[in-house]
Design a protein around this ligand. Structure first.
Ligand SMILES: [Zn+2]
Length: 318
């Protein structure tokens, strides 16, 4: 596993909050992909792992095995860590808000409750034992606030330690994309995902069914050198060429998704991102080209989730 430590570094709670804001998301909607209110999707087809051209790294050393599958696995492992960091960051923000609420004047619901609350807060911060002169209400409230604050502080400390560990491991908090993904190139879909009659595409066994030719991604025909953008927020895990000459960028996304952008130009306008870069949805990462096996300028977009290929269009239309 490569280390992504260098360009990322530890994140403070404030930076995490800023990331949520930057990505146009709030902690409240930074939920996993399994929300109940999400329309039910067709299960993603399970595609047998395939032999693909090996990566030739230009900006970063690939994993020792150098296989295409290893590259996907590497990015997928990173995407899983991103999801963990995302949840931890959301928990930290929520816990911090609860702690703040304990001391917030807005939490005082009535004048009499407010008086008890204020007294409870004052007493809860005392290191000494609570005075015996308290009324039963005041004592209850003080003990409750003290227990709440202690519990929340312990939880916050544990979450912060967990986030530090994730940060050292190279993961950082990014929101799960809950809105439709951005189409990464402007142009006509020239080949959809799935079974095809095109003989250049390899054979696949999907859900036990054999297909003589299967297209692993979505092809978007586009002008040479037109911009290619990230489909969702994520972190770049690979930039370089495959042995067939295709220039590719891999991005890991929270939620366990991995995207590969293929046939990018690498002569006139090579990819403008590097491993470890945090990219937002719609951010330019490279330009449409003709590297690798292609008859014309187009983007080949491949999406993986938990080790299986996914039809990219399902993520752009949800
Ligand atoms: Zn393709």
């Amino acid at each position: 596993m490569r280390s992504f430590n260098g360009p990322l570094g530890p994140l403070s709670v404030a930076m995490v909050a800023a990331l949520f804001v930057l990505a146009g998301s709030t902690p409240a909607d930074a939920q996993g992909p399994d929300d109940d209110d999400r329309p039910t999707k067709e299960p993603a087809p399970i595609v047998t792992p395939v032999q693909r051209a090996a990566p030739l790294a230009r900006y970063a050393a690939p994993t020792p095995s150098n296989g295409f599958t290893a590259l996907v696995d590497d990015a997928a492992a990173f995407a899983r860590k991103l999801s963990g960091a995302d949840q931890v960051a959301a928990d930290i923000v929520a816990t911090q808000a609860q702690l703040d609420a304990i001391s917030s004047p807005s939490s005082r619901r009535s004048a009499s409750a407010g008086r008890i609350q204020r007294e409870a807060e004052r007493l809860a911060t005392l290191a000494t034992d609570l005075p015996a002169s308290l009324s039963a209400d005041e004592l209850d409230a003080a003990l409750e606030v003290r227990a709440l604050r202690t519990g929340l502080q312990a939880r916050l400390d544990a979450l912060t330690a967990q986030q530090d560990a994730l940060s050292r491991a190279g993961a950082t908090a990014l929101p799960v994309a809950t809105t439709p993904w951005t189409r990464p190139a402007q142009g006509r879909v020239t080949q959809r995902f799935g079974p095809t009659s095109l003989r250049v595409e390899p054979a696949r066994v999907v859900d036990g069914v054999y297909y003589a030719h299967y297209h692993d991604g979505l092809d978007i025909g586009a002008e040479m050198y037109s911009p290619v953008v990230a489909a969702a927020p994520g972190i770049v895990t690979f930039v370089g060429s495959l042995t067939d000459g295709a220039e590719v960028v891999f991005i890991a996304h929270a939620g366990g998704y991995v995207t590969e952008y293929g046939h990018l130009d690498n002569y006139v306008a090579p990819p403008n991102v590097a491993v470890g870069d945090i990219v937002s949805a719609g951010q330019v990462i490279g330009r449409v080209g003709m590297t690798g096996n292609t008859t014309g300028p187009h983007l080949h977009l491949e999406v993986w989730h938990d080790g299986a290929l996914v039809d990219p269009l399902t993520l752009m239309s949800r």
